[in-house]
Design a protein around this ligand. Sequence first.
Ligand code: IPM
Ligand code: SF4
Length: 468
Amino acid sequence: MTDSRNLFNKVWDLHACQTLPSGQDQLFIGLHLIHEVTSPQAFAILRERNLKVAYPERTVATVDHIVPTQSTARPFVDLLAEEMMSAIEKNCRDFGIRLFDLVDNRQGVVHIVGPEQGLTLPGMTIACGDSHTSTHGAFGSIAFGIGTSQVADVLATQTLALARPKVRKVEVTGQLKPGVYAKDVILHIIRKLGVQGGVGYAYEYAGDVFDRMSMEERMTVCNMSIEGGARCGYINPDQTTVDYIQGRPFAPQGEEFERAAKWWLSLASGKDAQFDDVVVFKAEEIEPTVTWGITPAQSVGVKETLPTISSFPADDQKVISEAFQYMDLKEGQPIQGLKINVAFIGSCTNGRISDLREAARIVKGRHVAAGVKALVVPGSQLVRKQAMEEGLDKIFEEAGFEWRGAGCSMCLAMNPDKLQGNEVCASSSNRNFKGRQGSPTGRTLLMSPAMVAAAAVTGAVTDVRELE
Ligand SMILES: CC(C)[C@H](C(=O)O)[C@@H](O)C(=O)O
Ligand code: SF4
């Protein structure tokens, strides 16, 4: 008998304990990841109500947002950061939760660490008090961000009350052009479907382009699902998924692994799988993409000029002109050649080893442009170690980049790494909201790490293909 359910619905059905009177399902959560920003209040709720953590072995903690990337000496200079750090240390101790702290080389950005350690597996439900939890969907899991009170729910019950979203298949067919990366694919999808386009949906990314991608590229795509409004995004598990997981510390081993792998592959949406909606894009139409505005949908191909306000529907014109004003850019101007002040390579979107390799390849033998501050922040301590074994740190440093410790860094600037004044930052991260990078007037241009590298060495937005 063929199963016409897509992966999402198969995995959901397996984890739904019961339907609640509200119409929501009570969903069992296989893996709960926590970090220092959204967990303190949740533990406070537990303490207030005298509750225990139901399955402490199903929660894993790391620290990332507030971690300084230059010196991790304690106590941190920032007292609020020190308070959050001490809180997660105490909470994990008191409630028996595994914590990857700063002296543990498994520490890093939560969405880099889960997959790296083999905690993230296909067919799982994964929750974390962090919107970019969608990253873990790259493995064919249902993975989504939750709010602080839901973090408390998961800690206390290992379940959540949730309404089942619809599922949209987002297909990208054909072959990407050289110089076009996973980041460009997701920026293109968000540009076309909008930041609200995915509201009420889970996205299944399917088609040749995703089939050919490495796990790291798939994570880049799924990471930004939330920026397109989708609750989560996923890619069906295949041999690439299985190969990535094999041998990772928390993954099943030996015969158990073989059994698990068979099951993982069986979860993939079949040919007859049903979807609530299907959209199709052509890979050949995707260009190296750069955001120019204050939402991840406000982007253009590097060879394009910025849009005119009047080309948008009346309803959108206000926010578009607000974007032009904030970014201090003009309608119709080319994006290529726009001067930058800062280049940031890192984050849970693009802070993995393959991202650093690509950026280093562009940087090698070149130098950061005069007046540009450039930093590379590996997503985890293990990514950092791997990069150093490959000599990437030397390539970056010789080119004038700062080589930092692992953390969220300038993606969100809840730590000393911040933009100043109205600096323009070429950034490999995922959000370009007003003030996102730590200065209320700072300006962010999202792009692939290779494009950030190209901008760093030329001092302006540059088509990376011209540096090849
Ligand atoms: C701090 C955290 C709650 C936040 C998120 O939910 O995504 C952060 O990681 C971000 O990227 O904005
Ligand atoms: S790297 Fe950025 S997007 Fe990712 S968890 Fe940290 S702050 Fe959020």
